[in-house]
Design a binder for this molecule. Structure first.
Ligand SMILES: *Cc1c(COP(=O)(O)O)cnc(C)c1O
Length: 386
């Protein structure tokens, strides 16, 4: 079975990377829970020798996600962080990387606490200003690592504008596309070279697996990622690959609902007298709303809002009945968290101030429940404020 070359995104979600199982015709790729493969004879095998190197369930997911991002190959890892770590192994001692200043806390920790020890250097800039990216480039700069939109203040970077800076200089442009998903944003079509995701979030979408994916376009990147996935071995297991493959089948319909629910909750918050600021790229008052409209297809389910003081944030956080108090995001169920003490607790206070992350900020991952129940839950939580 071969998808027509002009198949559209929602069709690709369901079919790409997967053919009926050759031995039984099973429409769903089985979980190939095996460590090795029996060979027909010396040097004669069916394309698989050892499961760190390749696994048919993982290969199906890698083909699926490469197609969704419009890349030439995908490599699945045990977590989003393992995927990011594998990408950074493209670099050598002395190389310099420019990074979005409010990148995911785990990315900052990996870069500063681990990779700096191996002689890589990182400069954190506000990449929403593409001239700041150009200004930070040094002769040793080999990579620009973007995250857009960022967590939790939903700041955007113009991917095409940064690609116009990196391309002519031969600098590799990497985009962490976890918050948007390929349904809302396709960085490779905007000039990026590599896309990375924590599949833990929207791609799997059901809060029951941890994983990561790297999608690349350039032959030298494809070759290295394939090599390092096997050499370092931080592979995604077959059961997780199967879960994410099941998740991406409904990605398009889930994202549609995340978009409508996210926008409805953001609008409700923006009109609420007890809410000071709402950060959601789908609101007209978002400073980069025009860029969001140009660069994204829908604005997703992530937003943050401010209720003035830490005390008031605590009151609100504990009154939710549908939104569950938890870290993580991108699942079908709605979650609420307090970034300053939860997801961003390891980020030094000066950096939090710099990226606009206040102690009175509440973050929502708006799920796909009935929108009326979600808006009512937010209203109930805010009713606790005097
Ligand atoms: C969660 C997350 C990661 C890390 O992924 P894990 O699967 O938790 O290792 C990286 N980037 C972003 C934007 C994330 O939200």
């Amino acid at each position: 079975m071969q998808l027509p070359p002009d198949a559209r995104f929602d069709t690709i979600c369901i079919h790409a990377g997967q053919a009926p199982d050759p031995s039984t015709g099973a429409i769903i790729t089985p979980i190939y829970q095996t460590s090795t493969y029996v060979q027909d004879g010396l040097g004669r095998h069916k394309g698989h020798e050892y499961a760190r190197t390749s696994n048919p369930t993982r290969a199906a997911l890698e083909g699926n996600l490469a197609a969704l991002e419009g890349g030439s190959a995908g490599y699945a890892f045990a977590s989003g962080m393992a995927a990011i770590d594998a990408i950074l192994s493209l670099l050598e001692q002395g190389d310099h990387v420019i990074v979005t200043d409010n990148t995911y806390g785990g990315t900052y920790r990996l870069f500063e606490r681990v990779l700096r020890r191996y002689g890589l250097r990182f400069t954190y800039v506000d990449t929403s200003d593409s001239s700041a990216v150009a200004a930070a480039i040094e002769p040793a700069t080999k990579m620009v690592f973007l995250e857009t939109p960022t967590n939790p203040v939903m700041r955007l970077t113009d991917i095409a504008a940064v690609a116009a800076i990196t391309r002519p200089r031969g600098v590799t442009l990497v985009v962490d596309n976890t918050f948007a998903s390929p349904c809302l944003q396709r960085p490779l079509t905007l000039g990026a070279d590599i896309v990375v995701h924590s599949t833990t979030k929207y791609l799997n979408g059901h809060s029951d697996s941890v994983g990561g994916i790297v999608v690349c376009t350039r032959p030298e990147h494809v070759e290295w990622m394939k090599f390092v996935q096997n050499a370092a071995g931080a592979i995604m297991g077959p059961f997780d690959a199967w879960l994410v493959l099941r998740g991406t089948k409904t990605l398009a319909v889930r994202m549609e609902r995340h978009n409508t629910n996210g926008l409805a909750v953001a609008r409700f918050l923006a009109a609420h007298p007890k809410v000071r600021a709402v950060h959601y790229p789908g609101l007209e008052q978002h400073p980069q709303h025009a860029l969001a409209e140009r660069q994204m297809r829908g604005f997703g389910g992530m937003l943050a809002f401010d209720v003035d003081t830490l005390e008031r944030a605590k009151v609100v956080l504990e009154r939710f009945r549908v939104f569950a108090l938890a870290e993580s995001l991108g699942g079908v169920e709605s979650l609420v968290c307090h970034p300053a003490s939860m997801t961003h607790a390891s980020v030094p206070i000066e950096r939090r101030v710099q990226i606009g992350l206040t102690e009175s900020m509440v973050r929502l991952s708006v799920g796909i429940e009935d929108v009326n129940d979600l808006v009512a839950d937010v209203a109930h939580a805010l009713d606790g404020l005097s």
